[in-house]
Write a protein that binds this ligand. Structure first.
Ligand code: S3P
Length: 206
């Protein structure tokens, strides 16, 4: 998470999609679902792929970490430092609920892509919320690729830790991502390639 990420969108509000030319969610998602939630470990590309995916579909994009940072007026790293992980998790739960309200009440708007945080779905209540409103896609990324991305992102991720910490956390988390996700997609490649894979996998399933 890049602290208070550039291009912050404004809490759980959605933006950006022109409904006239947006892809109809029903062509990709099961009936009643209008959001794609991207899950996966830190560094797997949820935010960059999510932004690209939203552009390709002409849907709104919501970055959960950005929404949290904006609500708190602090970067994610600062929230961890100043208030602790429990406060971050409480904000994460709250913003996710707000996003779910947007999904269930703004049914006339086009779809939305949501980049979750790497830990969001480790909470069973959050898994329930996401699976009720969204198709969940796991961006599955091998540990060596995540480590290669480390110089760009580690400093902004309070839970990154050492290389050993990272491997351990990833192996602890993977069963949770696998269990929560409707689909897994190979996250190695450019944002365009990975976003195209997400569209292909959802289109094939539809
Ligand atoms: C976290 C991942 C981060 C951010 C926070 C905690 C985690 O998001 O939510 O630092 O527990 O894995 P990214 O996955 O976007 O880095």
């Amino acid at each position: 998470m890049m602290g208070t990420k550039e291009g912050s969108e404004g809490g759980a509000k959605t933006r950006g999609a022109d409904s006239a030319s947006a892809k109809d969610p029903s062509t990709l998602l099961p009936s009643g679902k209008r959001q794609i939630h991207l899950t996966g470990f830190m560094g797997s590309g949820k935010s960059t792929v999510g932004r690209r995916l939203a552009q390709l579909l002409n849907w709104s994009f919501i970055d959960l970490d950005e929404a949290i940072a904006e609500r708190a007026g602090l970067s994610v790293a600062e929230i961890f430092d100043e208030a602790g992980e429990a406060v971050f998790r409480a904000l994460e739960d709250q913003l996710l609920l707000e996003i779910s309200v947007v999904a269930t009440t703004h049914t006339e708007s086009p779809g939305a892509v949501v980049a979750l945080g790497g830990g969001t779905l480790m909470d069973p209540d959050n898994r329930g919320v996401c699976s009720a409103i969204a198709t969940i896609v796991w961006l599955r990324c091998p540990v060596d690729v995540i480590k290669e991305r480390s110089p760009e992102i580690a400093g902004c991720r309070p839970l990154w830790g050492t290389s050993g910490d990272l491997e351990q956390r990833l192996s602890e988390r993977e069963p949770g991502y696998r269990a929560a996700a409707d689909f897994a997609v190979d996250a190695v490649g450019t944002p365009d390639e990975v976003a195209a894979r997400v569209i292909a996998v959802l289109g094939d399933a539809g």
